[in-house]
Design a protein around this ligand. Structure first.
Ligand code: APR
Ligand code: PHB
Length: 394
């Protein structure tokens, strides 16, 4: 087999890149280890930056998002029993975010891929990347026990944190930066109306709370929990009780409880690999970086990488601009590190760090009071939350 770009992984990164390349007339093959049902079964965050929304529209997959997604012009913070509404639009010159689950984004991208007729191979085992430093790289894998080989011009490693692509770069040619947080998030999805029209990020001495949503009838809540907790220890009843305890009475009284559709605990990690390319291999999304979910940047940083890579590849194929290829990592990492910084800042601001010294905890409290009590502080939160602008590839 032969194609122009082999994409490893059919998560949101791989599917979005494949869709944009296909629409630009660039042939690509997606190779995925799992089944489509497995990929769609993963529950992830649900906040799209304005740049991600624009890129999904540009890829021709914005119709259902525009019809069913909820535009949010604000977000709320809560600490010391006090609520602070943050008007994203007023602070950013009219920008907003879109509430639309990653599962739905993935579903729309899968449907577009099927309509386009461009190939995806699901259930591919033993994917191996070869000759990335040459200008004729290739990928081998097994499909139903049969060995396969695809020759290509470029490989896009969109295979998530546990994928094979990053590991294929020799250790001496990459540098990893990592920080692991000392707590996890217990998430619950329920078919109950959200407790508040806007998302609420809350600091409480018993731990952080996020009140999020997927629609007007489906809510998503998160609680900060110790890393040693197991999801089996959290009955629905215990979850709702703890959530109510961490919210002020006016909100707690409004909380509509119900059966959970899903409950899981996720550890929090900050991670970046540099550079994000090696020869003709480019890393995209979770394959290259992980953020804690507090800023809702995971999917948005994946979209940011796709934005740069597809424009660079389009310039290469349509205008012969080979010079841009070497600049992918620089473009992508500039925005990745800013996203890491914001996610780190939000995580630090809002969680309970019982192991920190009394002085450090006072500093954290002063940070909350400063950032949420000043227009300059609120503006820096708002401009990062709606998403920093992309640099123009030129
Ligand atoms: N061979 C083929 N496919 C693989 C391999 C492999 N060796 N390893 C992993 N994959 C597939 C996974 O099965 C998965 O479907 O790659 C895909 C990677 O998808 P994601 O983990 O969703 O990563 P990405 O597409 O970069 O999406 C980033 O997901 O985790 C969130 O916060 C993150 O929202 C962000 C988004
Ligand atoms: C979610 O709805 O799952 C969500 C929203 C905002 C976040 C993280 C997760 O910061």
């Amino acid at each position: 087999m032969k194609t122009q770009v082999v994409i490893i992984g059919a998560g949101p990164s791989g599917l979005l890149l494949g869709q944009l390349l296909h629409r630009a007339g660039i042939d690509n093959l997606i190779i995925e280890r799992r089944t489509p049902e497995y990929v769609l079964g993963r529950i992830r965050a649900g906040i799209l930056e304005s740049g991600t929304v624009a890129l999904l529209r540009e890829a021709g997959v914005g119709a259902r998002m525009d019809a069913e997604g909820l535009v949010h012009h604000g977000v709320e913070f809560l600490f010391d029993g006090q609520r602070t509404p943050v008007s994203l639009s007023a602070l950013t010159g009219g920008k907003s975010v879109m509430v639309y689950g990653q599962t739905e984004v993935t579903r729309d991208l899968m449907a577009a891929r099927a309509d386009s007729g461009a190939p995806v191979i699901y259930g591919a085992d033993n994917v191996v990347l070869h000759d990335m430093k040459s200008d004729r790289p290739y990928v081998t894998f097994d499909k139903e026990g049969e060995p396969c080989r695809v020759e290509c011009d470029f490989i896009a490693g969109c295979d998530g944190f546990h994928g094979v692509s990053r590991q294929s770069i020799p250790a001496a040619s990459r540098r990893e930066f990592e920080s692991v947080w000392p707590f996890g998030w217990l998430g619950m999805l329920a078919d109950t109306p959200p407790v508040n029209p806007e998302l609420i990020y809350a600091h409480h001495e018993r731990g952080f709370v996020l009140c999020s949503q997927r629609s007007l009838t489906r809510s998503r809540y998160y609680l900060q929990v110790p890393l040693s907790d197991r999801v089996e220890q959290w009955s629905d009843e215990r979850f709702w009780q703890e959530l109510t305890r961490r919210l002020p009475a006016d909100l707690g009284n409004k909380l509509v409880t119900g059966h959970s559709l899903e409950k899981s605990i996720a550890p929090l990690r900050s991670y970046v690999v540099e550079p994000m390319q090696y020869g003709r291999l480019f890393l995209v999304g979770d394959a290259a970086h992980i953020v804690p979910p507090t800023g809702a940047k995971g999917l948005n940083l994946a979209a940011s990488d796709v934005n740069y890579l597809w424009r660079i590849l389009r310039e290469y194929y349509l205008r012969g601009r080979g010079d841009l290829l070497a600049r992918y990592s620089g473009y992508a990492l500039d925005r990745v590190w800013k996203g890491e910084r914001f996610s780190w800042f939000m995580t630090h601001l809002l969680h309970d760090f019982s192991e920190k010294s009394p002085f450090d905890r006072k500093m954290q409290q002063a940070d909350r009071r400063y950032y949420l009590g000043s227009r300059a502080g609120l503006t820096t939160i708002a401009e990062n939350y709606v998403g920093l602008p992309y640099e123009t590839v030129a």
